[in-house]
Design a binder for this molecule. Structure first.
Ligand SMILES: Nc1ncnc2c1ncn2[C@@H]1O[C@H](COP(=O)(O)OP(=O)(O)O)[C@@H](O)[C@H]1O
Ligand SMILES: [Mg+2]
Length: 277
């Protein structure tokens, strides 16, 4: 299968107001898509629609077609993508239900009907992938937000989904942990051949390896290669944080204002580092 996610002419309305306006795009299996755009632009609604998430979308009128691995989610609902899609929410606190880390990771596996030996293997495997095996016996309530976020991702990874949807996964995490989180996510993406769709405002965390960028402001403003989009669209108009070197390069190219020698050096360094990767 070429495409893991296909969205065709998606229209979402609440009380006659358009939240998502005729959005179409396709995501190839194995891609890393960063979804960005202004607050209220429809990013969370889009992610929840792809995941078939019923509760969050109650009261909304949803039209169009959304296929996940060829299955129409709008017809099949959450059940049709269970086991295929793993979702990580904005606030990890809203996603933990158990007392200990071990129970948190094992619980969904028990629900999947796995035998105890397989559960033990997957708990060990997923916690070590996220570098949190030492937290296994801890109470969930003892963890920092950064640790909690990793445990949530481990509990999702343990179910071995093919696609991961993450909605601003680090909005409650300090900048250093955020950097580490995105590095860990990149490693997972490569090691497990995942398809990732992540909502993020701060592009510097994903630029250089995200294969696609989707800029959403009710309508689809742009979808494609992130660097190509950044070279022609001023994403800051849409509330997105542009990495400094992209800004410098734009200024350098357009000669909008003089920039300092050190900025030019920085710009060239970044450009060469990115292209030589
Ligand atoms: N269940 C709902 N019912 C009515 N309006 C909703 C619902 N969910 C989201 N919205 C509205 O849809 C718009 C887009 O929301 P959202 O997808 O959360 O934006 P973003 O994640 O880009 O910040 C907002 O105006 C929000 O108030
Ligand atoms: Mg949101």
């Amino acid at each position: 299968m070429d495409y893991c996610i296909e969205v065709e002419d998606l229209v979402v309305e609440a009380e006659g107001q358009r939240i998502i306006d005729s959005v179409s795009f396709k995501v190839k299996c194995g891609e890393y898509v960063v979804v960005t755009g202004p607050s209220g632009g429809g990013k969370s609604v889009l992610l929840r629609t792809i995941s078939g998430g019923a509760g969050y979308l109650s009261g909304l009128s949803i039209k169009g077609r959304v296929y996940v691995n060829g299955v129409n989610v709008l017809e099949g609902g959450v059940k049709s993508v269970a086991g295929t899609i793993g979702v990580v929410l904005q606030n990890p606190v809203n996603q933990v239900f158990n007392l200990t880390v071990e129970e948190e990771v094992a619980f969904p596996l028990e629900n999947m009907g796995l035998d105890p030996l397989a559960i033990e293997e997957r708990v060990k495997w997923s916690l070590s992938l996220l570098g949190v095996e030492d937290l296994r016996k801890k109470l969930v309530s003892e963890l920092s937000m950064g640790q909690l976020q990793r445990v949530v991702v481990a509990s999702i990874i343990a179910m071995k989904p093919k696609i991961m949807l993450l909605d601003e996964p680090c909005s409650h995490i300090d900048p250093a942990s955020k950097k580490d989180f995105y590095a860990a996510l990149k490693d997972l993406w490569k090691a497990l051949d995942l398809t990732i769709v992540v909502v993020e405002h701060e592009l510097s965390h994903v630029l250089g390896y995200a294969t696609k960028m989707l800029l959403l402001n009710k309508r689809l403003i742009a979808y494609g290669d992130p660097i190509e989009i950044l070279s022609r669209v001023n994403v800051e108009e849409y509330g997105v944080k542009e990495p400094p070197h992209i800004k410098y390069c734009r200024l350098l190219k357009s000669k909008l204002r003089p920039i300092s020698e050190s900025e030019v050096v920085e710009c060239l360094k970044e450009v060469f580092c990115k292209t030589s990767k």
